[in-house]
Write a protein that binds this ligand. Sequence first.
Ligand SMILES: Nc1nc2c(ncn2[C@@H]2O[C@H](COP(=O)(O)OP(=O)(O)OP(=O)(O)O)[C@@H](O)[C@H]2O)c(=O)[nH]1
Ligand SMILES: [Mg+2]
Length: 201
Amino acid sequence: MITANQITGLILAGGRAQRMGGIDKGLIPFHGKPLIEAAINRLKPQVSTILINANRSITKYSHYGYPVVMDETPDFSGPLAGFSVGLKHCKTPYLLTSPCDSPLLPTDLAEKMGAALEGNDLELVFASSQEDGGKIWSQPVFCLMRSNLQESLDVFLSKGDLKIDRWFTELRSGTVVFESPLAFANVNTPEELTALEKVSQ
Ligand SMILES: Nc1nc2c(ncn2[C@@H]2O[C@H](COP(=O)(O)OP(=O)(O)OP(=O)(O)O)[C@@H](O)[C@H]2O)c(=O)[nH]1
Ligand SMILES: [Mg+2]
């Protein structure tokens, strides 16, 4: 069984947030507190420690008491740049990733993905969500991976590829379907922020 003390949580807050007007998304208020706090609070019981991946507002993110790590490339090359630096700083056998803009993320994320990873001898498990109508969507920025994947990721990125699901196909990877679509609701626009605050009173 993979336990919380074997897992480091990586919160991805390194994006441009263009649909939010380019402001720092992790710091916008959600129910009166910076959005990233909700992700930290949901992730904390599932992991031994947390890393925050950000490319701006480093001092503000440091106030949470966790290391803040920046992408090694300054060009906002996507979430895999965050995975890469997260793997480099990860000192536990597993890394669990989550974006900073999904404040209702599953409280059993690590447990379910850990069981799938171990049970099927996988290297990486990503989440999928199921809509009420049954349609399944992959949620590739929610991943549990073995922390020895750093070399594989660096080789993949050095080829100039940035597509997250293409890296997954190079690995022994699988997915876990979570039934609550709301758990993966993410805040990309001011309208989505308002709507999510309403349904999560
Ligand atoms: N480290 C890092 N993370 C990124 C980068 N781009 C996106 N992400 C993260 O990936 C997750 C999903 O990305 P989006 O929801 O599209 O966020 P975003 O890129 O900031 O927003 P848009 O610019 O509106 O697409 C978020 O947690 C982002 O912080 C990047 O260049 N570097
Ligand atoms: Mg998003």
